[in-house]
Design a protein. Sequence first.
Length: 264
Amino acid sequence: MTVAAERPPLPHAAPARLRERLLRTAELYGRGAAEALAETLWPTRCAVCDLPGEVLCDDCRLRLPYLDWWRACPRCGAPFGRVQCSECNPVVLGVVGLEKPPFDGCASAVVLDDATARIVRTWKDAGERRLVHEMAALMASVAPPAWLAARPAVVAVPATAAALRRRGFDHGSDLARALAARIGADAPPLLARPKARDQRSLGRRGRIANMEGRFLALPGADAPETTLIVDDVYTTGSTLFAAAQAVRAAGARQVLALTFARVW
């Protein structure tokens, strides 16, 4: 899923890309020296406040708009849907021909605002790939214990071919691997790369139509009994809905979803 918002400037976007290229090249010659050189030329900066030091400083991490699980919808994870959800009620879901979400539960770590959107953009579009570990840590912290006890397989929402060419890496697979490592789970490849337009310019109806039937399981792939689909941002739910339907069609009995941020 992509962030549908105006993009404020990312002052350290170019250095992050240059740093990543240097470190990729350095795999052949010694990563330690390359990391020291990269830090000298392009000091690590916080994705939110841009101060040097960490990719996400302690102050900014503390100020993130964490989603309150006790107020969130227990079914779709909407931030204030515990009593009456405005997102997964019959009227809203009826528009897309559903009676309930195609997943069995969904949770998100933070609400999408300027700070969290900047984290996502800095990670995906500015090439600061180290942020994936910060995002995965926050996501793991909000995964319900019952989900983890079921030992789910982590399923990535793969990037489109166009996004992969533009960024040079598959952000969906990166996030899935980072979360799987954090919770001690497997992250087997399951979904084929979708052929869909970029979601950022589309409204709710457009996103749903764009993603309908776009995900298929890889040839010969069988979904584990319990799966945990991960994505960076839950906007309208269209991507997660399509991915969940594909995973269930591939044989999963319990389908869960977890995202870093949630639009509200």
